[in-house]
Design a protein around this ligand. Structure first.
Ligand SMILES: O=C(O)CC[C@@H](O)C(=O)O
Ligand SMILES: [Zn+2]
Length: 540
């Protein structure tokens, strides 16, 4: 994992010849920071568009009016009774939680912005137990909120009213790992970081990596189609998940747990459940294609003065680093200010925009040479003004923490309005600039960061406390802006409770209606994660 230090020092020496360039290794202060954002149990709308030829366009008149984002009325599900509890206690001895204190953290999302009032938490260990639970709930018309690590950011992982919480926490068993094919099969409740550690000992890695890795469950990652920091290199879970086991609303266990790279026998049903946020079935196990652990990893933390330079650097980087490029992330100077203020993290360089570039390859000498050439070119063409490079694990983690912990820093800044949009990269930062101008001094901070390499911006706005006037400035402006620029109003966080009614900004009515029909087919009573994902006009 480590590049050779003398070689990197040489790199510094060569690059150091250029004026304004300051290549240094992270400061002591930075090294001492913990590398992981420990989001404790963190689980967290689009333009109406239609396809005309290859172009999407949207007309104001055709776009359905989004309903308010607030929670809809409670749907007429049954209320839990003593007989129901007796049934659950019988099938899950010692694993039915009704103590309100113990239920606190399961009822509230990580952002503390959505709070349900569930009175029961079920902790199954097997798919058969999940099947028994759902069969019973379906027959009794009891609503169920499937819950993984509760790290979502759109209110998808917590109950809205009194839904029964079905936790995957005890379903954390690795079923198999084939080191020849790199295919891992595990239960849904395995924590992402545990899987990563397990695989690292076997010379492999998980194809996804998130700031919330210490708490999130792989089942929740798949259910939300989580993107994260490695998507640029390894693609989305739609490609790396080879098979799923899913329990349907009526309790049937759907065994699509294939471990094949290629399988064109009919419709690829597992894809329906990836990103469906627990509304179509409960994922109980997954087979995932895992890459080999790279032999050489380097991280460069660079600074540039304009977003245009940042994009040109990306272009250069894709051309010069090619197959070894594994991440291209960014944060603006406002994010850095919050990291300094709230988490006492120190910036290794000082600029308007910061880039985190990661390379992962199999030959350290080759990778370092490529990185060296790229950095030299980025410097001589004045795209990048400052930077630092790390090859050692601890330094790499320290640099990554500057990107991964922005969410945590924002949580300390105040009430946070979160937007997670996909946009054509060249327009990505204009939304932040326009928003800043629009909200003026009403907001405490307006920050932009995210996955430039994937065209994914995280626009976050904070205020001292929840502020309806500020919200009215932000929405629907942010959704309209995104739709106008042909973006998606949810790039990777999903729709959950908070964004469900904005789906029409990103999907045409026919597509949403078809989603409603699929939901009605798989979950006719609508017991699975009600109030989430689908807009209120499409609930069964
Ligand atoms: O908090 C956010 O807005 C983004 C969280 C996560 O997707 C990230 O990329 O850090
Ligand atoms: Zn993200």
């Amino acid at each position: 994992m480590m590049g050779t230090l003398p070689r990197m020092l040489k790199l510094r020496a060569v690059l150091g010849r250029h004026q304004n360039l300051c290549w240094n290794f992270p400061s002591q202060a930075l090294k001492q920071q913990s590398c992981l954002s420990s989001r404790p149990g963190l689980l967290l709308g689009s333009s109406w568009q239609c396809e005309v030829g290859s172009k999407r366009h949207h007309t104001e008149a055709d776009r359905p009016k989004p309903a308010p984002a607030a929670a809809p009325d409670r749907l007429p599900f049954s209320r839990i009774t003593e007989e129901d509890l007796a049934f659950f206690r019988n099938i899950l001895p010692g694993r039915v939680v009704t103590d309100p204190d113990l239920l606190e953290s399961n009822n509230e999302d990580w952002l503390k912005s959505v709070r349900g009032s569930s009175e029961v938490l079920l902790r199954p260990q097997t798919s058969q137990e999940v099947s028994q639970i759902l069969k019973y709930c379906n027959s009794r018309n009891l609503a169920v909120n499937p819950q993984g690590g509760n790290t979502g950011l759109v209110g998808g992982s917590v109950p809205v009213y009194d839904e029964i919480i079905l936790s995957t926490a005890l379903m954390n068993h690795i079923r198999s790992f084939d080191s020849i094919s790199g295919i891992l099969t595990c239960q849904a409740g395995c924590v992402l970081e545990d899987l990563s550690l397990y695989l690292e000992q076997r010379d492999h890695i998980m194809p996804l990596d998130l700031g919330a890795k210490g708490s999130c469950h792989i089942g929740g990652n798949v259910a939300t189609n989580a993107g994260g920091l490695r998507l640029l290199r390894y693609g989305s879970l739609h490609g790396t998940v080879l098979g799923l086991e899913v329990v349907l609303a009526d309790g049937q266990v759907l065994d699509c747990l294939a471990t094949l790279r290629k399988d064109n026998t009919g419709y690829d049903l597992k894809q329906l459940f990836i990103g469906s946020e627990g509304t179509l079935g409960v994922i109980t196990a997954a087979s995932i294609l895992c890459p080999r652990k790279p032999k050489s990893v380097n991280v460069a933390f660079l600074g540039c003065e304009t977003f245009e330079q940042l994009l040109k650097t990306f272009q250069l980087c894709r051309g010069m680093l090619g197959e070894i490029l594994s991440a291209y992330e960014f944060l603006d100077s406002e994010c850095m200010r919050l990291l300094n203020t709230h988490l006492k993290l120190t910036n290794p360089v000082h600029c308007q925009f910061y880039i985190v570039i990661e390379t992962s390859g199999s030959e350290p000498t080759h990778d370092e040479e490529k990185l060296h050439n790229f950095l030299e070119e980025a410097m001589t063409s004045s795209l990048v003004s400052e930077g630092t490079v790390a090859t050692e694990d601890s330094k790499i983690k320290a640099l990554w923490s500057l990107r991964e912990r922005v969410t945590e820093a924002l949580a300390h800044d105040g009430y946070t309005y979160k937007y997670d949009v996909s946009l054509p990269v060249e327009e990505l930062y204009q939304l932040v600039t326009d928003m800043r101008e629009r909200v003026g001094g009403r907001a405490k901070s307006v920050v932009g960061y995210g996955h430039v390499g994937d065209g994914n911006l995280h626009l976050n706005i904070t205020s001292q406390a929840k502020d309806p006037a500020l919200l009215a400035d932000i929405e629907p402006f942010v959704y309209e802006w995104t739709a106008k620029h042909r973006g998606s109003i949810s790039a990777e966080h999903g729709l959950g409770l908070k964004k469900r009614n904005y789906i029409y900004y990103s999907k045409p009515s026919q597509a949403v209606a078809l989603m409603g029909q699929i939901k009605a087919l798989l979950d006719p009573k609508g017991i699975l994660n009600p109030y989430k994902t689908l807009p209120d006009d499409q609930k069964p």
